[in-house]
Design a protein around this ligand. Structure first.
Ligand code: DGJ
Length: 747
């Protein structure tokens, strides 16, 4: 049992394998307070941390200072406008114009299993695996019932949270803010870690001290975004990969969000996460319910590395549904960087032929095959093949590719519409636009109004027709602009604030229909690179294109930030041509492959045009993928060194769950003169086991590799890399324990 209610002390006890979370009810008043989250503790009375016996005391004992009480009480979910001046989690607008919310405890339920959230991605688990606590609260004043929902994933040290709000009154109300989670705790001189970026520079790790006031990351772009990421961690100062207390909070949502930490006058912090309230409104008629997306919480006492592994295991076991999760994905070649829009059947078949000869397993035809699209100015929405380029049609092309022994995949951007398209000429009102305003173009395109059922049905039909027209086994679902001018003719003026969220619900509905109708389809999500790499999208696709920057060195920090919270099996990574198209850098072909092997692996180049020498390396790289991918996909990830921090080299490793093998990837970014070999201390091995460096007779103890380290020979040149594969080998143990010890009395 992972959830207990201590009736005597009125404490909810939530326990995972290594962590505890404690919630207290303040009896007479019905406040629901946060007592503790951290390393596992035994069940016991611990409500002193609510500090209700200290001044200003609870309102029933000191009503004169109710306001001070509200402003200090560590709450599980803050109300609005009633004395707690820290960030509120919920706001409503009632018929009389009031915005205050004052929530009180009513009751609770503990159920087995993990309930889904209708219309939204959410973690899942069996009834035996997980328990869920629902804390029922209400505010009779504004007529709402609020449920705080906690599910406890014991094995992964994860607790998920979400919130549902029901209109329990008899008049319409308007929600103007509903966050998904809030945690109050004393500040322990925490630092905050967040992920930032831009197009081609996604998920760069940033750490900063927590200062008084509010510090947040957010998106108002209609998607989770290149710029900020729906994740934050806070941790004790000096936390590194193996030591320090770390709290991670991650949002299972793909639209506008806020993640914020606020430090109060009393040196407590409040961490909140949810749909961004700017521009958000949601009408509830009597009896209707709104459920906010899920937040994933994890705590690690052993530094960032353990937080990473908790999240990796959690997403692999409880979020990604695709049947490809535990399978090697086909090694693909994508024609985007090979041809951009300039391709036809002959060019694609020439690429496919050479790809097949070199062991590649799938051709993906990217943007430019439909309507009359030869650049990014036209045809989005016209999902019929451009027969001038794809001569003989799509089925012919796919059949020919299949005959070469390759699978076939296709690119689509279903959420968009070009002003120059048959679709727009027929249905100009299907694009988001604000009345009497010209909508803002971005990459020459508008966004379809997915809040409308007829638009969703059209998109669904187009995608389904394309996939059914030939043997298409993979779809790359792209989204190349962010939202502006969010206006719909479908909804009345006072409901336009619902559109940003309705758009995200529309995307989810479309992808749900797609994966249900084509369960064998391998779906990869993408958004101008990695702008919609979030746990919400992982519910539909087992992999997401990580970034349009395929340069091996730029990828080091992009992938480091991505791997910090996402399993390697989810990370789209390809070998591309040099000089690299985004940064102009040239790196060795093998280094590009070593870096891409950390993800789904594939090629993004014209194989017919690269040098003979590079082409000849492809079969070896493909066989490395086949040799290591089971380990990379399923193993435990350890970050050994970061180029971002040291400016010279990068190193990560993956260790099999049973510790029987490990793959170390080392990248020497900058060569240096007159240096010795570099000592690297490995992580995560079995100290009692012996490991042989694959391909050699060298055997080392796990204890030696982790405590003394291994020596990485100096490589001559910049951007050089090596893989080191260690496999269990008991010859060292045999040697040590079979050779007679000098102190053995029998000798
Ligand atoms: C953005 C993607 O990230 C690229 O890989 C490519 O598919 C282009 N869009 C095509 O427009």
């Amino acid at each position: 049992m992972s959830i207990r209610y201590d009736e005597a002390n009125r404490i909810f006890e939530l326990d995972t394998r290594n962590t505890s979370y404690r919630i207290g009810i303040v009896d007479e008043e019905g406040f629901v307070g946060h007592i503790y989250y951290g390393q596992k503790i035994r069940p016991q009375k611990c409500d002193q941390f609510l500090r209700t016996c200290e001044a200003p005391f609870v309102p029933s004992k000191n009503n004169r200072e109710r306001c001070s009480f509200m402003d200090t009480f560590p709450t599980e979910y803050s109300g609005n406008g009633i004395g707690d001046y820290r960030e509120s989690c919920i706001a409503v607008k009632t018929a009389n114009g009031s915005r205050t919310v004052d929530l009180k405890f009513v009751d609770y339920d503990i159920v087995n299993g993990k309930p889904g959230i209708s219309g939204l991605p959410a973690s899942f688990a069996g009834e035996e695996e997980v328990q869920t606590l629902v804390v029922h609260m209400m505010d009779g004043g504004c007529g709402i019932d609020v449920d705080l929902i906690y599910s406890v994933f014991e094995d992964e040290d994860v607790i998920t949270r979400s919130v549902s709000v029901k209109n329990a009154g008899d008049r319409n109300i308007r929600l103007t803010k509903v966050y998904s989670a809030c945690i109050d705790m004393d500040d322990e001189d925490f630092e905050m870690l967040t992920l930032h970026g831009s197009w081609a520079r996604e998920r760069q790790i940033e750490r900063r001290p927590i200062a008084y006031g509010k510090q947040s990351v957010s998106s108002l772009r209609g998607e989770s975004s290149h710029q900020d990421h729906p994740f934050m961690a806070w941790m004790t100062k000096g936390t590194d990969q193996t030591t320090g207390d770390v709290y991670g909070m991650h949002f299972v949502y793909s639209g506008n969000f806020i993640a914020q930490i606020e430090k109060s006058q009393f040196d407590s912090i409040r961490a909140v996460m949810g749909i961004h309230s700017e521009g958000f409104e949601w009408w509830l008629t009597p009896g209707e319910t709104f459920t906010a997306p899920e937040v994933v919480l994890t705590y690690s006492h052993d530094g960032l590395g353990q937080m990473t592994r908790n999240l990796h295991d959690f997403y692999r076991c409880h979020m990604i549904r695709s049947r490809y999760l535990h399978q090697k994905r086909p090694v693909l070649i994508n024609n985007w960087e090979a041809t951009y829009f300039d391709f036809d059947t002959d060019k694609l078949l020439a690429i496919a032929k050479s790809a097949a000869e070199h062991g590649i397993e799938m051709l993906v035809m990217d943007d430019g095959w439909f309507g009359h699209r030869n650049d990014d100015a036209t045809s989005l929405g016209d999902w019929f093949v451009n027969e001038n380029k794809i001569k003989g049609g799509l089925k012919h092309l796919v059949d020919e590719v299949n005959k070469l022994g390759l699978k076939f995949g296709i690119w689509m951007e279903p959420e968009m519409i070009s002003p120059d398209s048959e679709l727009y000429r027929k249905h100009p009102d299907w694009a988001f636009a604000v009345p009497e305003r010209t909508a803002t173009l971005s990459r020459n395109q508008y966004v379809l109004d997915l809040s409308r059922k007829e638009v969703r049905d059209y998109v669904c039909e187009c995608v389904h027709n394309v996939i059914s027209s030939a043997n298409i086994e993979y779809v790359k679902w792209d989204m190349n602009r962010q939202l502006t001018d969010i206006g719909s003719v479908e909804f009345t003026g006072d409901r336009q604030g619902e559109l940003a969220h309705r758009y995200v619900l529309g995307v989810y509905e479309l992808q749900e229909r797609l994966v249900n109708d084509f369960p064998d389809l391998l779906l990869e999500n993408c958004s101008g690179g990695g702008a919609r790499f979030d746990p919400g999208m992982l519910y539909y696709s087992p992999q997401i294109w990580c970034s349009d920057d395929t340069d091996a060195i730029e990828r080091l920090s992009i992938q480091e930030g991505t791997e910090l919270i996402y399993p390697l099996s989810t990370m789209g990574a390809h070998v591309s041509d040099c000089p690299n198209h985004t940064v102009g850098r040239s790196t060795p072909f093998m280094t590009r492959a070593h870096v891409a092997l950390a993800g789904t692996f594939g090629y993004e180049l014209d194989i017919t045009k690269i040098s003979e020498e590079e082409r000849a390396m492809i079969p070896e790289q493909v066989s490395m993928y086949h040799k290591y991918n089971d380990l990379v996909r399923e193993g435990d990830y350890y970050r050994v060194a970061s180029y971002r921090e040291n400016g010279l080299y990068d190193c990560w490793m993956v260790v099999a769950k049973d510790k029987s093998e490990a793959l170390v990837t080392y990248v020497q970014v900058l060569g240096r003169p007159n240096v010795h070999s570099r000592k690297i201390k490995l992580l995560g091995l079995d100290v009692a086991a012996d490991y042989r460096l694959d391909g050699t007779e060298k055997v080392y103890g796990g204890d030696l590799l982790m405590n003394a380290g291994m020596l990485i020979e100096t490589m001559r040149g910049d951007y050089m890399s090596r893989l080191y594969h260690f496999v269990l080998d008991n010859s060292l143990t045999c040697l040590l324990y079979t050779s007679p010890s000098p102190r053995d009395p029998k000798t």
